[in-house]
Write a protein that binds this ligand. Structure first.
Ligand code: FES
Length: 130
């Protein structure tokens, strides 16, 4: 039983990595987070990110479309297209590959989502950072 609750104001750390959630908490459409205290030079700045699981791998990207800088999801924790093959932006429907965030369709073709490192710890917790 996993009783971890993500709290952006009180980060839980494992070494230099931040605990986001348990891997089982990432749904079919992904899971979004807003991190605080992620920028050393600006502690009040926030960092919107999301994590998706695909073919046994986890991927983490900034929740910001390279077209106009808007959040990607249509509703909370819904980052994928209906067929779940691509990440989509709900503003002008750009489509991005899950494995590298590369835009393959829409107004920002050729640009990429900003990626961040994530890993799963031995107990299944998802850790953010290098
Ligand atoms: S803001 Fe994402 S496609 Fe335009």
């Amino acid at each position: 039983m996993n009783d971890f609750t993500f709290d952006p104001d009180t980060p839980v750390m494992r070494g230099a990595r931040r605990v986001l959630c348990h891997a089982n908490d990432i749904g079919e459409g992904g899971k979004g987070f807003v991190l605080r205290h992620a920028h050393e030079d600006n502690p009040n700045a926030t960092l919107p990110i999301f994590v998706i699981a695909s073919d046994g791998e986890l991927y983490c990207y900034m929740n910001m479309c390279p077209h106009q800088g808007t959040p990607l999801e249509l509703k909370p924790d819904t980052f994928l297209s209906v067929d779940r093959k691509l990440i989509q932006c709900s503003t002008h429907w750009a489509m991005f590959r899950k494995e590298d965030g590369y835009c393959v369709k829409g107004p920002c073709v050729g640009k990429t989502l900003r990626a961040f490192p994530v890993m799963i710890d031995d107990d299944g917790m998802v850790l953010f950072g290098d």
